[in-house]
Design a protein around this ligand. Structure first.
Ligand code: SAM
Ligand code: SF4
Length: 329
């Protein structure tokens, strides 16, 4: 039974954990090239992360997603993944990754108990990959996807952020790449998280409806009732087993069904991606190590702060100054 019900009656049974704000890529919509990262002492230790995760599980959390920054560049992350995945009460442990480490880590992730992986891929062109991520690791990511696809994960999904004029000409090619390999794919609308200098987010905005209209030129799509705990709206694709989804923070607000909270790399419990309401769990953990009860009380207190919804507006200067990488996407 979940102890976590927010002031609007929503049951919170999904926790996303950012295990690091660091990353081996610099995706243009996510961060600038010269972004500064948190000092190591400000980041939760892996033991602290496991302690928070296990406290949430004892309070009724059923799903945990490990994310970042790039979660797979954190040293010894497999240890923490294994500890969390094997905690009784948890239904599934999933991760979101840029894929750069998957070629070498996919088997270990499977053995550690990861059931589903979301892999970010915005283009199938090596040169454009470099332009979008500022790193020359296209083939490494493709090899990582192919390695993961060889293993019996419950589900693999590509995540593609579509920017008008940058990669919207690859919407169909990305779908074909995913579906032909037995992967799902979600298209994400860019969110105004953090100030970036590469482009004007309002100018590159592409709505999920436009993405779907583009795909419908080739595929027959039927809205699906499938839910996986996240904000994705899925479509069944005629002739394929796998699904196409959209994540539309602008055009289809999904706050009424929100079931999740986020633990940032520095140990803040963030109640909503699009608001700053949060509680500092790190100081609780460090002043009273191993005190499950105090942490439980802190989490319940934090939940009372959960706002009803986000208010993203691309025409305003971003209200949210933190980057997606610090928060955990
Ligand atoms: N590094 C990992 C990755 O890229 O998958 C995990 C963290 S990343 C922050 C999680 C997801 O957030 C990725 O799919 C990425 O494309 C997406 N993302 C990052 N910044 C975004 C933004 N401003 N708007 C929408 N999605 C964003
Ligand atoms: Fe790194 Fe993921 Fe952000 Fe790209 S989207 S810079 S891979 S954290």
């Amino acid at each position: 039974m979940s102890e976590l019900i927010d002031p609007f009656g929503r049951k919170i049974d999904y926790l996303r954990i950012s295990v690091t704000d660091r990353c081996d890529f610099r995706c243009t919509y996510c961060m600038d090239e010269d972004v500064s990262f948190l000092a190591r002492e400000h980041i939760l230790s892996l033991e602290e992360i496991v302690f928070v995760a296990q406290t949430f599980i004892a309070m009724g959390t059923k799903r945990i997603r490990i994310t970042g920054g790039e979660p797979l560049v954190r040293k010894n992350i497999l240890w923490a993944i294994e500890q969390i995945a094997n905690t009784p009460g948890l239904d599934e442990l999933t991760i979101t990754t840029n894929g750069s480490q998957l070629a070498k880590m996919a088997p270990a992730l499977y053995n550690a108990g990861v059931s589903r992986i979301n892999i970010s891929l915005d283009t199938l062109k090596a040169k454009r990959f470099y332009q979008l991520t500022r790193r020359d690791k296209f083939q490494q990511v493709i090899d990582g996807i192919e390695s993961a696809a060889q293993l019996p994960f419950k589900r693999l999904k590509l995540n593609s952020v579509i920017l008008k004029g940058r990669n919207d000409d690859e919407i169909y090619a990305l779908a074909e790449f995913a579906l032909s390999r037995g992967l799902d794919i979600s298209y994400i609308e860019e969110m105004p998280l953090g100030i970036i200098h590469d482009h004007d987010r309002a100018a590159t905005y592409m709505s999920s409806d436009d993405v779907i209209a583009n795909l419908e030129q080739t595929y027959r799509l039927t809205p699906s009732t499938m839910k996986t705990g996240g904000p994705t709206r899925y479509y069944q694709v005629e002739g394929y087993q796998n699904r196409i989804g959209t994540i539309s923070p602008h055009s289809h607000n999904f706050c009424d069904t929100c079931n999740r909270v986020r633990l940032t790399a520095e140990g803040r419990l963030l109640l909503c991606l699009g608001n700053e309401h949060s509680k500092d769990l790190k100081s609780l953990l460090r002043s009273h190590p191993n005190d499950h009860q105090l942490l439980r009380d802190g989490i319940i207190e934090a939940l009372a702060l959960k706002p009803q919804q986000h208010h993203f507006n691309l025409d305003e200067t971003p209200q949210i100054l933190r980057f997606m990488s610090a928060t955990g996407g």
